[in-house]
Design a protein around this ligand. Structure first.
Ligand code: ADP
Length: 319
């Protein structure tokens, strides 16, 4: 295989640029031509793509977002849309594709594969919800952003003796909440994977006051509910003063951490090598510090479970 393309799709995440850079430079080192597709599958359908050289991916490893742009495309979900996209690749002699994105983007790649396009996927999402990889590109940066916010909110919570609720991202998955909550010393962590009741939360918060705690941090995964609504309800039920912060898209931005840059670079190298060797319909995951091939049908359409040991430890440490 001598001509490949790189695409970022779906929700962006810090580290996508590091992955593109590595993919391009590894491909060039193997004498392959590399195309960059703009704005996800929408750009593939529009034929918005160009050849990349080594310099075109300079000065991006440290930047969040994706210099190729990303998008969501309803047209790509139709067979006609995918046929148009595939035709745009074959017209340029592009034989294979590196797709960097989340579950939706990798599912889209799988369907593109049914039209004969070879592809290798990379897990790119802050949510860390993709099966077959210990970590996704972007997760570490997002967790550190959430942790920084928790640290700052802790200062003001302690000054006023308040219950501070922090809502973090993660879609239907609690990885960001659990990891940032444990690292940030949260008293309560609410995630969609673990059932909870408001009564239990209120009881724990009141008990903690009798134990001498002056303030509390409650981390809420967006998939577990609204921190604003919960804050109002806790206040009404306990009389404790509450404040809620919804961190939102700040978690998707920022310079990628060392871990994310290394992860993106390593996964991308393995992906390009695999693609150039004719491998297809796989995602490259990171398991036990190794880059591994995961069949695409195993990686998509299911949610990675949270680590129950981490949840248990967070509970023990919040006493
Ligand atoms: P993410 O990749 O971050 O999970 P989305 O779920 O929005 O983001 O998916 C990104 C894009 O992937 C969609 O806009 C669509 O073009 C494509 N896609 C998602 N699901 C499918 C599907 N079932 N079939 C074809 N394309 C899909």
């Amino acid at each position: 295989m001598k001509k490949i393309a790189v695409i970022t799709s779906g929700g962006d995440c810090p580290g996508m640029n590091a992955a593109i850079r590595a993919a391009v430079r590894v491909a060039l080192a193997h004498d392959a031509e590399v195309w960059g597709i703009k704005n996800g599958y929408a750009g593939m359908i529009a034929g918005d793509m160009r050849v990349l050289d080594s310099r075109s991916v300079g000065d991006i490893i440290q930047k969040g977002g994706t210099f190729l742009g990303t998008a969501r495309s309803e047209e790509f979900k139709t067979l006609a849309g995918r046929q148009k996209a595939a035709a745009n690749l074959t017209a340029r002699g592009i034989e294979g594709l590196i797709v960097i994105g989340g579950d939706g983007s990798l599912t889209g790649a799988r369907h593109l594969g049914e039209l004969g396009i070879k592809f290798v996927g990379l897990p790119g999402t802050i949510d860390n919800d993709i099966w077959g990889t210990d970590y996704t590109i972007g997760f570490d940066t997002a967790v550190n952003t959430a942790l920084d916010a928790i640290n700052k909110l802790r200062d003001t919570a302690s000054a006023h003796g308040r219950v501070m609720l922090v809502e973090v991202m993660g879609r239907a998955c609690g990885w960001i909440a659990l990891t940032a909550g444990l690292a940030g010393g949260a008293e309560i962590i609410l995630i969609p994977e673990e059932p909870f009741s408001e009564e239990e939360i209120c009881k724990k918060l009141l008990e903690s006051r009798t134990k001498g705690k002056q303030y509390s941090i409650v981390v809420v995964a967006e998939g577990a509910g609204s921190a604003i609504d919960l804050g109002k309800s806790i206040r009404a039920k306990t009389g404790l003063e509450t404040r809620a912060s919804v961190l939102g898209h700040i978690q998707r931005g920022g310079a990628p951490t060392v871990s994310d840059r290394l992860l993106a670079s390593r996964l991308a190298e393995t992906a390009v090598r695999a693609l150039l060797n004719g491998r297809t319909e796989i995602m490259i995951g990171y398991q036990c510090r190794q880059c591994v091939e995961v069949a695409i049908e195993d990686a998509v359409g299911k949610k990675k479970a949270i680590d129950p040991e981490l949840f248990r430890l967070a509970q023990v440490l919040s006493q």
